[in-house]
Structures are given as structure tokens and as C-alpha cells.
Design a protein around this ligand. Structure first.
Ligand code: UD1
Length: 357
């Protein structure tokens, strides 16, 4: 029987790409989402790409513990990949309670259910935001975490800690704290720290669906190119970087999704070296905002309306990953070029324009 993976937040941007890759790798998948920040477009895209009309979909609020428990009773879950969380950095500064409540409660409910039902490994979607403004680049998993600049970032740090503590406790105290583990050993945990996920599936059937004005760079670029936004503001041209604009590690969403498949396999095939592991998921290649904009123009053969604007509060000058550990231990490497990624982002925006006509 195939192993079954629960993808919480599986109808969203990252979740839908991960669900696709998991199905294509031969896993059974349950997609669960409260649909608070997406519609059915991406889930339907996953069905089309995989040719699977029968993927179980459950509309569920992960903050409701009883519903989460029922979900784990209804399906035999071998691993859960947890994406269900709010992710707007600016909004989290304005509404910290909303962010802490949602992001922490939903994860605690998942862990509770995983403990009760047993045999369940947990993969948490963390972020490079935990490194803050690093002293040394590129960052390795050993680079120190810095106190979070936003409640959103803090929820990522706290959830990493909660996962690590839970994994440790199930190893140490076994069945007395974790009734379901008798046959399957302790809960295993992996946190993947993503750098900047961008792009869309090559089919252009799934991609990012920002609500309102996008905060992130690439959706803002594609919306400007299609005429939904007038002009892209490049925040800051006086950073201590080669061209004065910020540098990030932009990771293709399909590559990122494949890292999850590799991590799930590592958990399920019992290849983990520790019960709790952390991996950076990035390319290892810094790219400036200006370089990204110019590459987007070039590969898609268009001119983007952009201007330089003051720095955005909270932005750091530069961050990129040292992905050596993931390369070695997960046998995973970012493979798609930035050109392919930016072409796919533009194809997705045009697909959206087409279906919303
Ligand atoms: C943010 C979050 C990160 C999250 C990521 C993807 C922080 C510090 N960062 O990263 O945790 O994983 O989003 O959701 O919490 N830019 C412009 N103009 C724009 C938009 C962005 O110039 O209109 C620039 C920014 O200044 C930055 C770069 O583009 O230098 C990338 O910005 P963005 O896509 O928002 O991602 P991050 O802030 O790096």
C-alpha cells in the first residue's frame, strides 16, 4: 500500500506544488485546507496535472482540534507536511494575536493528533527568516537564529522549537506521552527553511494567487507586466550590495516541492540521522532585485515599468543559503534555472488573466 501524506494548507501556493510532486512520486495524498487564502484553482490544477480526480480534499480549520483529530481518524496518515499558516509579514506586525493564535494552534493540533494516532512523521515549513540579518553569508543550518523581526517570523521559530521538543519527548517517554507510537517508534521531525520560493508549475496550471496587492517581489512583477499594477517599486538602491539592491536566494517552487518529497522519503525510509533535522532549501546563489527584474524582462521579452523607491522597513540587505547539507543528505539540488522559473511565473500570470476573462 502506498504511504499517505497529509498536506495541510495543500490548496495554497507551496502546498499545491508539493501535493503534485508527492503524487507523481507515488504517494497517496490528502489535501486539507481552510481556504482562507486561496480558492480551488490550484487544487483543480493539481488534479489536472496528475490526472487524478480522486485526490481526497478536506475543508478544515486546523485550529479546531476535534476536526483535526477526526481527520487523522478518517485517514491512516504516515506523514504530515504542515503549511496551514498565515504568511503576510506586515499583517503579522499589525495583528500579532491573529498570527500567534492561528499559526501556533494549528500546528499544536497537528502534533497532538500525530501523537494520538501514532506512526506519523512531521515536516514543518519553516523559513530563512529565522536567521534574521546574518553576520556571515551564506547561512548554514548552524548559523545562529536571531530574534524574529515580526510575529510571523517568530511563529516559525516557535514552531521549530515545539517540533523539536515534541520529537525529543516522544523518544524519551514513549507510549506514556504518545499512545500511538507502540509500533512505529518516536515521532520524527524535519524543518525545511525555505529561502524565497518563486515561479509556477511548467504547465501553468498552478502558481501563486496573492490576495490584494502582493507583498512579494515576483507576483508584483508579473502583475505589473500584465497591467494590473502600474509600476514596480524597487525598495532601496543604496544597500551594501554589488548593485545597491537587496540580494536573495530565489528558489524555484518546483525544486522546493521536490525537496519535500526527498525529506518525506528520508523520514519514511528511516534514513534520518537524528529524530529532528533541519535543512536549508535554497540554490546557494544570490540574486539582486535588479538582476531579477532584468532577467524577467529578457526571458519574457518585455519591458517592465519600474522605479527606485526608499528602502522597505524590515528588509535586510542580503541573505542566501548554503544548501550543502540538503544536497548531501536529501540527495536534492535546485535544478531549474532562474530563466525557466521567471518564464513560468509569467506564463502563470497570463493563464490567470485568461481564466479570469
Ligand atoms: C519575505 C519574508 C520571508 C518569506 C518570503 C516569501 C521576512 C523577513 N521575509 O521575504 O520570510 O518566506 O517573504 O513569502 O519575513 N521588493 C521590491 N519591491 C516589491 C517587493 C519586494 O523591491 O514590490 C524587494 C524586497 O525589498 C526584497 C526582495 O524584493 O529585497 C524580496 O522581497 P519579498 O518577495 O517580499 O521577500 P522577502 O522580504 O525576502
Amino acid at each position: 500500500m502506498n504511504k499517505r501524506i497529509l498536506v495541510s494548507g495543500g490548496a495554497g501556493f507551496i502546498g499545491s506544488h508539493v501535493a503534485t510532486e508527492l503524487i507523481q512520486a507515488g504517494y497517496d495524498v490528502v489535501v486539507a485546507d481552510n481556504m482562507s487564502n486561496c480558492d480551488m484553482t490550484c487544487f483543480q490544477g493539481v488534479q489536472k496535472i496528475t490526472g487524478r480526480e480522486d485526490i481526497p480534499f478536506v475543508k478544515i480549520d486546523f485550529c479546531d482540534g476535534d476536526s483535526v483529530n477526526k481527520l487523522f481518524s478518517d485517514f491512516q496518515i504516515d506523514a504530515v507536511i504542515h503549511f496551514a499558516a498565515f504568511k503576510a509579514v506586515g499583517e503579522s506586525v499589525m495583528e500579532p494575536v491573529k498570527y500567534y493564535k492561528n499559526n501556533l494552534c494549528s500546528f499544536l493540533n497537528v502534533l497532538d493528533a500525530a501523537k494520538t494516532h501514532g506512526g506519523c512523521n512531521v515536516l514543518f515549513s519553516s523559513s530563512a527568516t529565522v536567521y534574521g540579518d546574518p553576520d556571515k553569508l551564506p547561512v548554514t543550518e548552524e548559523s545562529p537564529r536571531q530574534s524574529a523581526a515580526s510575529p510571523y517570523g517568530n511563529t516559525k521559530q516557535i514552531c521549530e522549537d515545539i517540533l523539536e521538543d515534541t520529537v525529543k519527548a516522544t523518544r524519551r517517554f514513549g507510549k506514556s506521552v504518545c499512545p500511538g507510537i507502540s509500533n512505529n517508534g518516536p515521532i520524527k521531525g524535519i524543518a525545511l527553511r525555505y529561502f524565497n520560493p518563486i515561479g509556477a508549475h511548467p504547465s501553468a496550471l498552478i502558481g501563486e494567487l496573492p490576495r490584494g496587492v502582493p507583498n512579494n517581489l515576483v507576483p508584483f512583477i508579473t502583475q505589473t507586466a500584465i497591467g494590473k499594477r502600474e509600476c514596480l517599486s524597487i525598495f532601496g538602491d543604496d544597500y551594501p550590495t554589488p548593485d545597491g539592491t537587496c540580494q536573495r536566494d530565489y528558489i524555484d517552487i518546483n525544486d522546493l516541492a521536490k525537496a519535500h518529497v526527498a525529506a518525506v522519503a528520508r523520514m519514511l525510509e528511516e534514513k534520518m540521522k537524528e529524530d529532528y533535522e533541519i535543512f536549508n532549501i535554497g540554490t546557494g546563489r544570490p540574486l539582486s532585485v535588479l538582476e531579477l527584474v532584468k532577467t524577467f524582462e529578457k526571458v519574457n521579452n518585455l519591458k517592465l515599468n519600474y522605479k527606485f523607491a526608499p528602502r522597505r522597513e524590515g528588509d535586510i540587505p542580503a541573505i542566501w543559503a548554503d544548501p550543502t547539507l540538503a544536497n548531501k543528505e536529501l540527495g536534492w539540488k535546485a535544478g531549474r534555472s532562474i530563466e525557466e522559473t521567471l518564464e513560468s511565473a509569467w506564463a502563470w500570470e497570463r493563464h490567470l488573466a485568461e481564466i479570469n476573462k
